[in-house]
Design a binder for this molecule. Sequence first.
Ligand code: APR
Length: 228
Amino acid sequence: MKKVVVLTGAGISAESGISTFRDSNGLWENHDIMEVASPEGWNQNPQLVLDFYNKRRQQLKEVKPNAAHFALKELEAQYDVHIITQNVDDLHERAGSSKVLHLHGELLKARSTDDSGVILEWKEDLNLGDLCPNQQQLRPHIVWFGEDVPEMEPAMEFVSEADLLLVVGTSLQVYPAAGLLHYASPQTPTWYVDPQPVLIENKRLTVIAEKASIGVPQVVSQLLYNDF
Ligand code: APR
């Protein structure tokens, strides 16, 4: 089976009702991004950070995968599909995709604030006083600005082995994720679905300037009915 590697960003979940980051002028639900998504923010006001992610976790219960998420699941009928997502929602999993790598963490997990590496499933509110088995405070399992991105290694390997790359709904502004495309061979055909695409340097690039719910099913039908 040919390997399709899909890099998704906030845009793929926009039509499910989850707002993107850059579209809100650096404010994220009225917060400075650094207040709620950095180790400094956590040290200054952990309650604010917990409240912020508790709201996001509650919001997840009200949203559903859209046609773009479901189309990527359909692609598995004929391709070995690896999704690398910058999103912390679980909409790819809920649409049925089987291989999903979360570069920036997952809303439905919590991890210890010590270095034990303990990661727990966490579906409800996370509060001060919620402790890991080592009696340390738990925090959202989110990669904040300035933190390492442990999943970059496997992500780079997937990209370097891809027969085709599909990029969906990302402004490619945040590194190291944005640098992933450089690990593909220059011969790898790359498709990019985004209503406001940024410039990607690639000789074999096809840009589809559409919303994900329109553009992704188009790409998927092309790949299912005509090879590439
Ligand atoms: N369909 C597809 N793309 C869309 C749609 C849509 N319906 N609506 C908006 N977009 C596109 C925008 O044009 C933009 O290019 O989605 C992209 C969203 O960009 P960002 O908000 O920057 O999101 P993303 O690239 O995922 O951000 C990366 O930044 O804040 C951090 O950790 C956070 O994972 C996030 C990372």
